[in-house]
Design a protein around this ligand. Structure first.
Ligand code: PLP
Length: 406
């Protein structure tokens, strides 16, 4: 059975070009980038080149990129690295962190941990279509607000936040601004240059395995002059911001993935690029909505990244649908990957006001740059059939209200 992959927000396939770029760094070029001999210097040059390419993608300075082990570490470094420094200087006054109720667990759990360590934390609410409103941030700002952290694009709904406006509000209040851009990098053009639209963003997280590089590599953009306490103590790697021998092969892969993302973002043809991917996503979404009753889009009306569609199908359990589609060769997700297998409804969807039942009936389709029109058409035959079968078994589907169990 040929499988169709529609779970790119959980992880993207590794592109062959990315794999070919990193392969020599496992075999011939295994030097440690800190060694002064030729093999070490070869590795160092490759790390520098990758850093240049990533800085090019984000329009920032090379020195502002810190390599990490991925999105989770970058988020933790941004939060702990800025707030632990502030705590030391504030002595008695606790620092205040503002984040949101729709963040990835990498931010939410880090914030909860900080809350246990004398940091005041506010979780901003979401609108029903998944947006964090600037007015909500303005209302939450306090004199001791030191950091605001709002994700760029949500991993479950794809909804894009008004980051430039939110970051400007944080700066006007004298706070730093971090964004978890794991689901935005490589999907949206991002310009962090000092006069660019994201000039007020101080810290930005990215992860390799969401941009067609391997798992276990990522980066944190740290704007010049932002003081960041390291979380890992050891050697003076990454300008003393992240100790540990560099993952040279992973870094090379991330650099290659950034180069390919840059090219892809400028494609605007009918066969490749963001516009093409949006057209495929919309074809899938409209195709499902026109064939299936009692379903809808989570995040409807809000700006969304080109590849993501989160739909609810009343009278089904998402988990059952994920399994049914899996058996037919289609990989999708019932929430964020970190939550699959858990019985709790998605915290993102419930924060948007969905009932727990509707949140448990929601499925995420996330396309990749490799998704084809033929795959969309195949999916459009599988999905309505699977839903109809599950609804036939549902105790609430098409039953008179009197027969629906309480
Ligand atoms: N932030 C977001 C929005 C994510 O989607 C993910 C991964 O799903 C992460 C952070 C964590 O990234 P990593 O898997 O590289 O640790």
């Amino acid at each position: 059975m040929r499988r169709i992959y529609m779970d790119a927000n959980a992880t993207t396939p590794l592109l062959p070009e990315v794999f070919e770029a990193m392969r020599p760094f496992f075999l011939e070029h295994y030097g440690n980038a800190s060694s002064i001999h030729q093999q070490g210097q070869f590795a160092r040059a490759a790390v520098d080149h990758a850093r240049d390419t990533i800085a090019g993608l984000l329009h920032c300075r090379t020195s502002e990129i810190v390599f990490t082990s991925g999105g989770t570490e970058s988020d933790n470094l941004a939060l702990f690295g800025t707030l632990s420094g502030t705590l030391n200087t504030l002595k008695n006054e606790p620092a205040h962190l503002i984040t949101t109720s729709i963040e990835h667990d990498a931010v939410i759990r880090a914030a909860e941990s900080l809350a246990k360590n004398n940091v005041e934390v506010t979780f901003l609410p979401s609108t029903t279509n998944g947006v964090i409103e600037p007015t909500a941030l303005l209302a939450a700002i306090r004199p001791n607000t030191k950091l605001v952290s709002v994700m760029f694009a949500n991993n479950e709904t794809g909804v894009i936040q008004p980051i430039a406006t939110l970051a400007a509000i944080a700066h006007a209040a004298g706070a730093l601004f971090h964004t978890d851009a794991v689901q935005a990098v490589g999907r949206l053009p991002l310009d962090l240059s000092p006069k660019g639209p994201l000039k007020d963003v101080d810290l930005l997280t990215l992860s390799g395995h969401k941009i067609y590089a391997p798992k276990g590599i990522g980066a944190l953009f740290v704007r010049r002059n932002v003081r960041l306490a390291p979380m890992l103590h050891g050697g003076s790697h990454e300008r003393q911001r992240r100790a540990g021998t560099e993952n040279v092969a992973g870094i090379v892969a991330l650099g290659k993935a950034a180069e390919l993302a840059n090219t892809w973002l400028t494609q605007d043809s009918t066969t490749d690029g963001p516009t093409h991917l949006t057209a495929l996503r919309d074809r899938l979404e409209h195709g499902i909505l026109s064939q299936v009753e009692e379903c809808g889009v989570n995040g409807e009306g809000a700006p969304r990244v080109s590849n993501t569609s989160n739909l609810y199908f009343d009278h089904i359990e998402a988990e059952a649908l994920v399994i049914a589609l899996d058996l037919k060769g289609l990989s999708v997700s019932g929430g964020s990957a970190c939550q699959s297998g858990a019985t709790e409804p998605s915290h993102v969807l419930t924060a948007m006001g969905l009932t727990p039942t509707r949140a448990r009936a929601s499925i995420r389709f996330s396309l990749s740059r490799l998704t084809t029109a033929q795959e969309i058409d195949e999916a459009l035959t599988l999905i309505p059939t699977a839903i109809a079968r599950l609804r036939d078994l549902s105790p609430t589907w098409n039953k008179p209200a009197a027969l629906i169990p309480a």
